[in-house]
Design a binder for this molecule. Structure first.
Ligand code: G1P
Length: 288
């Protein structure tokens, strides 16, 4: 079945990005010239997604505004002859059909995904975490959609992370299938050293079947007292086929200060106006 819908959980509190995230959602922090969320929506659209469901909370209405029209601003720009800018602003608002869903309580990623069950309905769907920013040749979620369709399975995007880091993610029990694809047999969220199953961790991209909603509905709280998507997937992969795709692309955790800064450097180095500024700074010739 064609994957038409994508869920973007973006309702976290941004507690690793304070004080900046106190009033501005971390998903709205700019990387080069646009917010993180813009790139994530673009990735989904580039992969053929038609409908996007963004999970927000009561502090994040600015995310709604970003994907709306801005008549006053457009009028000013038009009067100044800045038609390319007007077209660009319009294109952002027309990028996709976006629905916003409030997660009223911060009860975890699994709960956030569950909150979208009525809008997603009874069809497979993609999930793109709102702070995992990708740089890749092919949209990472598109790589997962191809694998999901090709293997008739749910799919998760993984990369090997150093053993010392895996406790920050989840760890997967996998066997090699072919190429960059593995069969998934189990997984554990935020593993302690003795719980590590492999160095493969899911990095923010999923293609799931609607069965996950029923599983999440009855799932007890897991790590950190939150409803964990990983616990739901651990149950799902025992009932239905699930593949892990060791995806092509570079992942940036923009929910951490260091990851955000690295994303800024990588994306700015490719931006026509920012690249020269970065080069001058690195050469010790910053003009100011
Ligand atoms: C979440 C998931 C985790 C995943 C990570 C990176 O953790 O729960 O399984 O590995 O994102 O995408 P968080 O970053 O919210 O702690």
């Amino acid at each position: 079945m064609k994957i038409r819908k994508a869920v973007i959980p973006a309702a976290g509190l941004g507690s690793r990005m304070l004080p900046a995230a106190k009033t501005v959602p971390k998903e709205m922090f700019p990387v080069a010239d646009r917010p993180v969320l813009h790139y994530i929506v673009q990735e989904a659209v580039d992969a053929g997604i038609e409908e996007i469901i963004i999970l927000t909370n009561r502090c994040k209405t600015v995310m709604h505004d970003y994907f709306d029209y801005t008549p006053e601003l457009e009028e000013k720009l038009r009067a100044a002859g800045k038609h390319a800018e007007v077209a660009e602003l319009r294109a952002i608002a027309d990028m996709a059909d976006i629905t916003f869903v409030r997660q009223k309580q911060t009860l975890g990623l699994g709960h956030a995904v569950w909150c979208t069950r009525r809008i997603v309905g009874n069809e497979p769907f993609a999930v793109l975490l709102g702070d995992d920013l990708m740089r890749s040749k092919t949209p990472v979620i598109g790589q997962l959609i191809s694998a999901s369709e090709g293997f008739g399975a749910a799919a998760v995007g993984v990369q090997a992370v150093p053993r010392s880091e895996i406790g920050k993610y989840c760890s997967l029990d996998v066997t090699h299938r072919e190429g960059n694809v593995y069969d998934v047999h189990g997984m554990v969220e935020k593993p302690r050293p003795e719980q590590i199953l492999s160095n493969f961790a899911i990095l923010g991209r999923y293609v799931l079947t609607p069965r996950i909603f029923e599983i999440l509905e009855n799932l007890p709280a897991g790590h950190g007292g939150e409803i964990q998507l990983t616990d739901g997937l651990n149950a799902l992969c025992r009932e239905e086929p699930m593949v892990a795709v060791d995806f092509e692309g570079e992942r940036h955790d923009t929910g951490s200060l260091e990851g955000y800064f690295r994303a800024m450097l990588h994306f700015s180095a490719e931006h026509p106006r920012l690249a020269p500024v970065l080069a001058e700074f690195l050469a010790g010739r910053d003009k100011k």
